[in-house]
Ligand binder design. Structure first.
Ligand SMILES: NC(=O)c1ccc[n+]([C@@H]2O[C@H](COP(=O)([O-])OP(=O)(O)OC[C@H]3O[C@@H](n4cnc5c(N)ncnc54)[C@H](OP(=O)(O)O)[C@@H]3O)[C@@H](O)[C@H]2O)c1
Length: 234
């Protein structure tokens, strides 16, 4: 039987790398997205050496030509896409008060976390529909929760809140076409973004994302889920 195919953006390191590993372990052909082609090839080779079906794909989510080229690879070489994980993200305003954060920093954050994720979802959704339906997972954060927002991280928080709204709108539009769209919070985990003081491992952070990426037709859509696959307030 043909393997299901998944694409994970920003997967050359951190949480995305572990999501690729987990999906490949669950029988997916996992496309390891990386904006730096060499970094993607090196990361995919490490997982391939462990016997996993992982292929590198160059994809810079801020670059429409790169996204379209990645779409062509998925469509022409593999013929389908069952799961898309919008994992690529940046945190550019750590320690900067919202009253002082340069608007350029907010813009640069949105380029990846908001416009990038939307660009990739818009490009790949038709292929997921044509493949008979599947899952889109937007890797968000509890930092994007409106309910518990506090000071600082204005660019990052608001980008993830916007991403959560993108989840809700696309979930409503894609539900009749058999595609579930959910937001995931991985927990605070030790990656370059999360830093060395974070309590969790990247593998733990990947768990709720992998769950959402592998949902069947009866799975939830338009939701926000965190560690332990628990639903979160918006
Ligand atoms: N770590 C945490 O505690 C935590 C908590 C909540 C949510 N998250 C979210 O989880 C996701 C993964 O974070 P992480 O902790 O694994 O971070 P990370 O280790 O910093 O990895 C971020 C990944 O995103 C990629 N990326 C950045 N800009 C990109 C672009 N324009 N196009 C394609 N890829 C791009 C990076 O590529 P390069 O290697 O080329 O830079 C890298 O592969 C992010 O969306 C983040 O907001 C993380």
């Amino acid at each position: 039987m043909e393997k299901p195919v998944a694409l994970v953006t920003g997967a050359n390191r951190g949480i995305g790398f572990e999501v690729v590993r987990g999906l490949a372990e669950r029988g997916y052909l996992a496309l390891l997205g990386a904006r730096d082609a060499a970094a993607g090839e090196e990361a995919a080779a490490r997982l391939g050496a462990a016997g996993l079906a992982v292929e590198p794909v160059q994809i810079d989510v801020t670059d429409a030509a790169s996204v379209n080229a990645a779409l062509a690879v998925a469509r022409d070489r593999y013929g389908r896409l069952d799961s898309l994980v919008n994992n690529a993200g940046v945190l550019l305003d750590e320690g900067v008060p919202g009253l002082e954060v340069p608007v350029e920093t907010v813009h640069a954050t949105y380029e990846v976390n908001v416009y990038g994720a939307l660009r990739v979802a818009q490009a790949f959704a038709p292929l997921i529909v044509a493949s008979g339906g599947g899952n889109v997972v937007n890797v968000s954060s509890i930092m994007g929760q409106l309910a518990y927002a506090g000071p600082g991280y204005l660019a990052y928080r608001s980008s993830k809140a916007a991403l959560n709204m993108i989840t809700r709108v696309l979930a409503a539009e894609l539900k009749p076409r058999g595609v579930r769209v959910n937001s995931a919070h991985p927990g605070w985990v030790r990656t370059r973004m999360g830093g060395p003081a974070a309590p969790g491992t990247p593998e733990e952070g990947a768990a709720p994302i992998i769950w959402l990426a592998t949902l069947g037709p009866d799975g939830p859509t338009g939701g926000f889920f965190g560690p332990g696959n628990q639903p979160l307030d918006w």
